[in-house]
Design a protein around this ligand. Structure first.
Ligand code: HEM
Length: 231
């Protein structure tokens, strides 16, 4: 087994452990993910060392840049990319790591289940989104903060965050050079950003039907498989 194979296997195990740990207390309808390990990757000649620098993708990309990043680097379609980004249903952003802060999924649903909550949150009609720069003018960090408008103002209305690269899955988001959106989005009814992938995002929406979670899990697995199979 090559080192590259080992990293691919580690990725599969990581996702599977993540799914199992996150879903241990709830029946999401999502069982073990169908991501099979296939070997045969060739290590690069300098392995295990390299001087090449690769940066994580910027979270300040608009829709076109985000889709292009996944197409160019992993051969993913838009459909695959929308599914893969659902990994943000788990975990959080921390100011001390990246300058961003918050979790993608909170609110009425419990946090951190590996399911379709990420996609669900984007299409809830009563969720209001406010773009806020939590960084500085020199080093901006634009975060979309979610407010559950259906709840009385006296209640905790926090329903998580999204980054530009997340909102850009649903809407045709355009951003300026600092990552600030150039179109507006507050609710699905109050926006100037055009819709982009409503059908797919909405197809993962209905939390109470295991089918939607199952569909997300299948699409996510297929996309993840493509990511680790491009060699
Ligand atoms: C354009 C693509 C992406 C961008 C810009 C992005 C951005 C980020 C950022 C800023 C964080 C917060 C990190 C921190 O502050 O510690 C994060 C966390 C995370 N991302 Fe992404 N991400 C992208 C794609 C992905 C993909 C493809 C996956 C997996 C398939 C993924 C899985 C995660 C997970 C699980 C966390 C939570 C980590 C934790 O809780 O420590 N992300 N991402």
């Amino acid at each position: 087994m090559s080192r590259a194979d080992l990293w691919a296997l580690a990725g599969i195990v990581g996702v599977e452990i993540g799914r199992e740990a996150a879903n241990h207390d709830v029946d999401t309808g999502i069982g073990p993910l169908p991501i099979d390990f296939k070997g045969g990757r060739k290590d690069c000649p300098t392995s295990p060392y390299t001087t090449e620098m690769h940066e994580f993708p910027s979270a300040h990309m608009g829709s076109n840049q985000t889709y292009k990043y996944f197409a160019d680097n992993f051969g993913l379609s838009m459909y695959d990319t929308v599914a893969l980004m659902g990994a943000h249903t788990l975990g959080r952003a921390k100011k001390e790591h990246t300058g961003f802060e918050g979790t993608w999924t909170v609110s009425g649903r419990k946090i951190f289940h590996f399911d379709a909550t990420y996609h669900h949150n984007m299409v809830v009609p009563d969720y209001g989104w406010n773009i806020t720069n939590i960084g500085t003018d020199e080093d901006p960090k634009y975060v979309w903060k979610c407010t559950d408008l259906a709840k009385p103002e006296t209640m905790d209305r926090d329903c998580g965050i999204m980054l530009d690269t997340d909102i850009g899955m649903l809407l045709d988001l355009t951003v300026d050079e600092k990552g600030k959106p150039t179109c507006e989005f507050f609710t699905l009814d109050q926006r100037t950003c055009k819709m982009m992938n409503w059908d797919q995002v909405y197809s993962y929406e209905n939390f109470f039907f295991e089918d939607a979670n199952h569909k997300f899990a299948m699409d996510f697995s297929r996309a993840f498989d493509k990511v680790i199979s491009k060699f």
